[in-house]
Design a protein around this ligand. Structure first.
Ligand code: FE2
Length: 418
C-alpha cells in the first residue's frame, strides 16, 4: 500500500513519540496523532528514527582491491597506497569495477546509508572508473543517491594532460571537481591545481570536493588557498575540503586566523577518522600524531563537518564495511568529542551534516513534503544509539522498506542473565 502510517516513532530531540504519515513515497505529516483511516500501520515501538546515513566520501572504484597481487601497502602510508594503486590498476574493466562497487554499496545500504559521494579516479586516459561510476549512479538511483567526483588520484599536473582528463570527467557528467594538491610534484603545481579546480567548478557549475592536505606536513596549506578562492567566488557552501589532516598539526595562531575565514566562506569539511588515524603519523616516532583535522573545533565554531568511510579493503586501508556507526564511534573518541551534549549531537556527523556537504538539504530530512527516506535504529534515544553503537533495524526509501531486521533473540540458560 502506498499510504503508510508509522506509529510510536522517537524523533531526535523530541520527547513525545510521533506518528509519520507517508503517501506515494513522500512525508505527508509528522505529529503526535494523525487521523488517516485508509493506510497500512507500522509500529516502530518507540525506536529512534533518523534521516538516512550519508557517506559523503568513499572510493567505490577501489573497494576490495587490497588483496590483489602487488597491492599490499607495506608502510601503511597514503603515498605508498597511491603507488600500489597506480601499479595495479591497468587491468580494470567497467564490469569488474561495477561488480566490486555493488558489493560495497549493498554493505552501505545494509548499514542504513542511502546517500553516497564517491570519487572516481580519472588519471587513467580511458576513464574506466568514471564510466563504471556513471553507470552505477543511474542503475542504482532508486535505492541510493550517488554523487561522483572527477578525481585525479595521481595528480593533475604530475603528467601531461591531467587537467584535461578532470575536465573530460565533468563533461561526461561528474557532479564534483576533485584534486589532490598535496601530492602534486611541487607546491606551485598544487596551488595551480586549486586555481584550476575552482575555475572548472565555475565553468561547468559543479560542486568541489578536494583531497586537501592529507598529510602531517604543517607546511601543506592548500586549505587556505581553496577557502580564499571559493570565498571570493561565493561558492563556499558548494565546496568541500576532505581530510585536511595537516590542519590538525598546524600552529594554533595560524589555525585561529584561518578558522575565522573558514566560517566566512561556509566551506564543508569531511574527516575520515578510521583511515586517517591509520595512515597518518607514520613518520612520527613518539609522540605520534592522530592525523585528524580539527573536527571538534570546526564543530564548535559552527562550521559544517561530517564523517565518512573513505575505504573498504583497498591499498590505503585493509578494513571498512560501510558501517558509519563504527566510523562515528572511532571519530568521537579520536576527536575527544564526548561531553554528554556532544554525544547527543554527534549523530549529525553521519546524517544532516553529510547531507549539507552534498548539498542535499532540499530533498533530505524528516519533514512534510520531502521524500520519505529514513532509518530506524535499535535504540530508544540518541545517547543509547551512540553508547550501544546501535544497529540499523530498518531502512525506508520513498516510503518503502529497503530492509527490516527481525529482533535478535537469545536462548537464556543462566539464571543471572534472566
Ligand atoms: Fe579519499
Amino acid at each position: 500500500m502506498s499510504r503508510k502510517k508509522f506509529i510510536n516513532a522517537k524523533l531526535k530531540s523530541v520527547n513525545e513519540l510521533q506518528e509519520i504519515l507517508t503517501d506515494h513515497g513522500v512525508f505527508q505529516e509528522i505529529s503526535p496523532r494523525i487521523s488517516a483511516p485508509d493506510c497500512e500501520i507500522i509500529d516502530l515501538q518507540g525506536k529512534l528514527i533518523l534521516p538516512p546515513y550519508v557517506d559523503p566520501h568513499i572510493h567505490l572504484d577501489y573497494v576490495f582491491t587490497a588483496r590483489k597481487q602487488g597491492a599490499a601497502n607495506g608502510t601503511g602510508t597514503l603515498f605508498e597506497g597511491i603507488q600500489r594503486w597506480s601499479e595495479t590498476k591497468s587491468d580494470l574493466t567497467v564490469d569488474e569495477i561495477k561488480a566490486r562497487a555493488i558489493i560495497a554499496v549493498k554493505k552501505e545500504l545494509a548499514h542504513g546509508v542511502q546517500f553516497i559521494r564517491t570519487h572516481a579516479d580519472v588519471t587513467d586516459p580511458s576513464l574506466t572508473s568514471l564510466k563504471a561510476m556513471l553507470e552505477l549512479r543511474e542503475e542504482l538511483k532508486d535505492l541510493v543517491t550517488i554523487q561522483i567526483v572527477s578525481f585525479p588520484q595521481e595528480g593533475m599536473y604530475a603528467y601531461k594532460g591531467g587537467q584535461e582528463l578532470v575536465e573530460e570527467g565533468l563533461k561526461m557528467g561528474a557532479d564534483c571537481v576533485g584534486g589532490i594538491p598535496h601530492f602534486e610534484l611541487a607546491r606551485e603545481f598544487g596551488e595551480q591545481s586549486i586555481h584550476s579546480i575552482v575555475n572548472l567548478a565555475l565553468k561547468y557549475d559543479r560542486m568541489i570536493d578536494v583531497h586537501c592536505d592529507e598529510t602531517d606536513d604543517v607546511q601543506s596549506r592548500f586549505l587556505e588557498l581553496l577557502n580564499a578562492l571559493v570565498l571570493m567566488e561565493g561558492i563556499g557552501k558548494k565546496t568541500t575540503a576532505s581530510h585536511t589532516c595537516s590542519f590538525g598539526s598546524a600552529d594554533n595562531s595560524y589555525a585561529f586566523k584561518l578558522m575565522k575565514n573558514l566560517k566566512k566562506s561556509g566551506l564543508n569539511f569531511i574527516s575520515c577518522p578510521t583511515e586517517n588515524i591509520y595512515l597518518q603519523g607514520r613518520q612520527d616516532t613518539y609522540p605520534k600524531r592522530r592525523g585528524l583535522t580539527r573536527v571538534k573545533e570546526l564543530f564548535e565554531n559552527g562550521i559544517n563537518v561530517c564523517f565518512a568511510q573513505d575505504s573498504i579493503q583497498d591499498p590505503w586501508y585493509p578494513l571498512g564495511n560501510g558501517n558509519l556507526m563504527n566510523v562515528l564511534d572511532n571519530g568521537i573518541h579520536i576527536a575527544q568529542m564526548m561531553s554528554f551534549e556532544e554525544i547527543d549531537r554527534c549523530l549529525d556527523l553521519i546524517t544532516v551534516n553529510g547531507a549539507k556537504t552534498m548539498n542535499l538539504t532540499n530533498s533530505y530530512g524528516i519533514e512534510a513534503g520531502k521524500p520519505a527516506n529514513f532509518i530506524v535504529l535499535d535504540a530508544k534515544n540518541e545517547f543509547e544509539a551512540v553508547s550501544e553503537r546501535a544497529d540499523v533495524s530498518a531502512s525506508i526509501r520513498n516510503g518503502e522498506f529497503l530492509f527490516k531486521k527481525a529482533p535478535v533473540s537469545y536462548e537464556i540458560q543462566n539464571d543471572f542473565m534472566k
